[in-house]
Design a protein around this ligand. Sequence first.
Ligand SMILES: Nc1ncnc2c1ncn2[C@@H]1O[C@H](COP(=O)(O)OP(=O)(O)OP(=O)(O)O)[C@@H](O)[C@H]1O
Ligand SMILES: [Mg+2]
Length: 269
Amino acid sequence: MVEEVSEQKIIRRIRTYINGLDEHMEGGIPEGHATLISGTAGTMKSSVCFNILYNEALKGKKSLYVSLEQSYESLVQHMSNMRLNIHRIKLLPIKDLTKINEVVNKAKAGDTGSIIIADVGCIRNEIKDIKLGDNRSWLNVIKNIIKKMKADLNCDLVVLDSMSALYVLSRFENPRIELFYLFEFLKSMEITSYLISETTDNGAYSELGMEDFLADGIINLRLTPFRRNIVREIAIVKMRATDCNNDIFSLEFKNGQFQALYGGQNPLL
Ligand SMILES: Nc1ncnc2c1ncn2[C@@H]1O[C@H](COP(=O)(O)OP(=O)(O)OP(=O)(O)O)[C@@H](O)[C@H]1O
Ligand SMILES: [Mg+2]
């Protein structure tokens, strides 16, 4: 006998804060999903992810941005250039992992939302103290920061920028197995994660050819030549548990706002 599922679980969603795109995926990405934000260089992957955390922080949320490609200073400089008013939230760099409790206390103080940033420098300093030769330590340090943020701050939004940098730094012995357990870890932590994945123009959404089916969702960004212009484009390639529109949209960024336009149509140039 087939048992019918009588009650449909209500899925809470987190907006991408890209106007015109959230409307095409039932309002946003389901909570707890691990989503690949894939794209070629300079397609605004980091900006899209930071903008999500920024807007969630405006609502009082605390989240974690693991920046393995850019230093804290360079990331913040870029976001200020994009006219995100970073003074409306708390930006808290982890300068020294041995003093992580100071960052936790600052995030806890008051109702203002925060983005805690762990950059490559702070993680590298920690690795120096771990016995050399443990080539999985990068991933272990990152996992420990995520665990700590979840336990102490109930921080359940994490950006990992980028998977490509993680592969270079970690020198996994068996990348496919390590990757499988990374996704298992993110699921077990019940956090919503955005995993930035650098791609080339060969049409693949991931580097190891495995992230795309392990991930719950894939959002792809690209730069496409159109006549003598380059158009920024975005598409929801997949989003589990979501009725979504897979059309390709133009992506615009104006006055501190992302906008997806002309889904399925030629851009109006
Ligand atoms: N208002 C703006 N302020 C700053 N950069 C902007 C703005 N609008 C568009 N950009 C573009 O954003 C791009 C960089 O964005 P971002 O760093 O988020 O991209 P990325 O995909 O993460 O790049 P990378 O591959 O280097 O990690 C630059 O190419 C820049 O031209
Ligand atoms: Mg980037």
